[in-house]
Every structure is written in structure tokens, then in C-alpha cells.
Design a protein around this ligand. Structure first.
Ligand code: SAM
Length: 225
């Protein structure tokens, strides 16, 4: 079976299992070649619903978790999005498909900023994104994303893809009124997805979603290395 067919079957599975409800997110997952974001030795597993090692002790999340978090974040065309924890670049590419869809004119495109603390991973993610055609829609930067990324703030949406002990306060500050934030929050061994919405007056509402297991967010507002 080719990668395209494997991708189509994975999306069917995610729909049937209830992880995927939105047509827009399904279309984004169908467009992003996950095989280009995993190390060559794991390519044959790219369309299994499981996390995969990407080096430096880190992982790319399972497609079901990417689907759920993306649906909760609900990025719209034209929006500015920050991802904390670039890893392989796969989630950033899925976000790019939603804020800057391939079949839209570039004038209407939004943009994704993605911040990674490990320089070697950030470099690899840049190469993956370029190979998959997302270089102009995603900017990868190196730094402690628990402090956010002030140069491109404020954001319409922020996604954290590493486990945090709390929602980092700088991320809430860097969210526009009306913005959304999705993050796994808990201890090092179990977390729950948290969805935070900032109202037009700046009031914050928080809801909890499914249980997840992420590698730790390491930084000033995360865990110690
Ligand atoms: N979203 C990624 C993908 O699509 O491949 C997977 C992210 S992986 C589960 C978590 C990533 O967060 C790791 O690459 C890790 O190095 C990074 N990370 C941990 N703490 C961080 C921090 N304070 N700032 C930026 N990146 C961080």
C-alpha cells in the first residue's frame, strides 16, 4: 500500500474511532505527508496511530492526539498561531494547512510560529517542513517556549505540545482577546488537555478534555531539565 492510501485509511480510522469530527481537520491530515516528518527507519509506521521517536529522546505525537488537539484549537484561515514544541514539524504543518491552506491565494494566508528548545530538532524540523512544502507558512525558532514568543505576539491560537505543570502565564498574555489555547497540563506521568479561551474583555475560561501523555515542557514555566 502506498503512503497516500495509508493516509486515507488512517483518516477513516480516526473518524470511525471518534477522534476526528471536523471536515477541515480531516482535509489537513489528508494533505500532510507524515512519512516526511519521521526518521527513515520509522517511515513504514508513519500511518499507524502511535507516537514515534524523532531523536534527542523526543517523539512525534500519535495522529489521534494531533487530530484531537487541532480540533480543540480550531485554527481558521488567516490566523496567527504559535506552537510550543516543534519536534518533527508535523503538527506545525497540519496547523499551516488550516491557517494557510494550499488551495488558497497566499494573500489570505495566516502563519505558524513554532518554538523548539533543542537546536538540532529545530534544524531537522525546518528541513522536514521545507521538503513537505511548508517553509513559507511556518517559522521555526529556537528558545524556551514556556515564555512564549513575544516578537510575533499576539496570537489567535496557541498550542503546547509538551506536558506543562500549569498553563504558562506568558502564553495567556500573548493570546489575543477571543483567542484559544490548548495544552497538556498535569504531572510528568499523566496530563489532561486543557482548553483555555480568552474572552473579548480578557476574561479567561478553562475546560478540560481527554487524558494524554506527553514528554515534559522544560523551561522557566515548565519542568526543570
Ligand atoms: N509537535 C511535535 C511534532 O509534531 O513532532 C511533537 C512535540 S514533542 C511531543 C515535544 C517537544 O517539545 C520536544 O521536541 C521538546 O524538545 C519540546 N520542548 C520541551 N520543552 C520546551 C520548551 N520549553 N520550549 C520549546 N520546546 C520545548
Amino acid at each position: 500500500m502506498g503512503f497516500e492510501e495509508a493516509r486515507r485509511r488512517l483518516v477513516e480510522y480516526l473518524r470511525a474511532a471518534g477522534f476526528l469530527r471536523s471536515e477541515r481537520v480531516a482535509r489537513a491530515l489528508l494533505r500532510v505527508p507524515r512519512e516526511l516528518f519521521v526518521p527513515p527507519e520509522y517511515r513504514s509506521l508513519a500511518y499507524e496511530d502511535r507516537p514515534l521517536p524523532i531523536g534527542y529522546g523526543q517523539t512525534v505525537s500519535a495522529p489521534s492526539v494531533v487530530a484531537r488537539m487541532t480540533e480543540l484549537l480550531d485554527p481558521r484561515p488567516g490566523e496567527r498561531v504559535l506552537e510550543v514544541g516543534t519536534g518533527s514539524g508535523y503538527q506545525a504543518a497540519v496547523l499551516a494547512e488550516l491557517v494557510a491552506p494550499s488551495d488558497w491565494p497566499p494573500e489570505g494566508w495566516g502563519h505558524v510560529w513554532s518554538i523548539e528548545r533543542i537546536p538540532g530538532l529545530a534544524e531537522r524540523a525546518r528541513r522536514n517542513l521545507e521538503a513537505a512544502g511548508y517553509a513559507g507558512r511556518v517559522t521555526v525558532v529556537v528558545g524556551d517556549g514556556s515564555r512564549g514568543y513575544p516578537p510575533a505576539a499576539p496570537y489567535d491560537a496557541i498550542i503546547v505540545t509538551a506536558a506543562a505543570p500549569q498553563v504558562p502565564p506568558p502564553l495567556v498574555e500573548q493570546l489575543k482577546p477571543g483567542g484559544r489555547l490548548v495544552a497538556p497540563v498535569g504531572d510528568r506521568w499523566a496530563q489532561r488537555l486543557v482548553v483555555l479561551r480568552k474572552g473579548p474583555g480578557g476574561r479567561v475560561e478553562v475546560e478540560e478534555d481527554i487524558e494524554v501523555l506527553f514528554v515534559p515542557l522544560v523551561g522557566e514555566y515548565g519542568w526543570e531539565a
